[in-house]
Write a new protein. Sequence first.
Length: 287
Amino acid sequence: MNLFKNILIPVNKGMDASVAVKKALELKDEKEQVRIHFLMYRNESFEYNFLNFFKKKKSSGNSSYNTLFETRFPSFKKEIEEQCDNCSLVIDTIPQKNITKGLIKYINENSIDLFLFCQKRATHGLGFSKKINFNKIARQSSCSVLSITPGSLNHSVKSIILPVGSFIPEKKIQIAIAFAQKYNGLIHLVTMLDNSDEGHSKMKVDIFYKTYKILQECGYTPQYKILSKYESHEILLRYAENANADLILLNPEKRSFLSTITVNAIVDFISPHSHLQVLMTKPNIAS
């Protein structure tokens, strides 16, 4: 599997675009033409347009940040051009209202394969990610969603957590191998069992074993661990911390309010000083 060639970086006052640019350059495809998209949010409310019409100084926070970004863009452009001979840049906007819907539309229309964002600080469930349904974006597009931190820069992905559920995660296997090849990383195979459902647990163990064999046949012998499903995202993060993990690979869950909270919680509670990255990608089969 090649790495990414159509990368989207959101521009927002809660995001760190400079870190995202550096990570995009790290993960870009080395052989094919690469496009890096910077996407700003425009305020289309009546109040904002009314004030803007009369050229009042009052504006939304995002509008101020968009202006700041425009002044910084030449430095981003220079950095990208100096490090990437095969990169072209795109700047575009979407309405600030219904951000998730706008992002999905833009991603699908522009064949984005990596949505890359970096929060400036841990928000403990109350930050920018609460406005974006990462789970929905990953489910309704073919785009991988990668959450990074400033702490992940200049830090090789040496330890990759690959959770396995009720089907063989072919796409996650491909991504895990691509990262392992690039960084000479170790893959940790993990499954979570519910002891109250013996039949389902046996099926998951079988899938777990088959996934292990696939990785072995590809030249990778993973570490492996079976965990309790109780409060699974907390258990997974605890295991990732103990394994000194650099990357967790997730599939989006079935649409529900709870799944959105669970997925976003994993992102929100990661410290900006952590080197842990979270990548979510839709499986090749319906889940």
